[in-house]
Design a protein. Structure first.
Length: 120
């Protein structure tokens, strides 16, 4: 199984992060590109602008957000599979900026990738 960690972009980078991938559509406030330690910024892995905006207005509807986000990811599965094809043997850290550590799209993205076995 692909080794994917999840971390807030505001947490300090560490050696154990491996390949650091920002999975937010917008660049996080207060973070300089030089000091971020980001290896890749993949905006398209983030929820669409419309879904992100909807979720911020309906934070209590986590399950519905998860369902809608998975539909968006399914439409991109070929792109996601291609992106991870050469990264399957590396440790990866998904970076996100949300203040919610237990309810954010990076968690759902990791589940999506692991459930659909993109590491094979």
């Amino acid at each position: 199984m692909m080794d994917i960690q999840i971390k807030r972009i505001y947490d300090s980078p560490s050696e154990g992060d491996g390949i650091r991938i920002l999975v937010d559509r917008l660049w996080p406030r207060g973070i300089s590109k030089e000091k971020s330690g980001i290896d890749h910024w993949v905006k398209d892995f983030a929820p669409s602008h419309e879904l992100r905006k909807w979720f911020h207005q309906h934070l209590e509807e986590w399950d519905e957000f998860a369902r809608l986000y998975q539909i968006e990811l399914l439409h991109q599965q070929d792109y996601i599979k291609a992106f991870f094809a050469d990264l399957k043997s590396f440790r990866i850290t998904f970076l996100y900026s949300s203040k919610f550590r237990d309810r954010n799209h990076a968690i759902l993205l990791r589940q999506f990738i692991q459930n659909f076995h993109y590491q094979n």
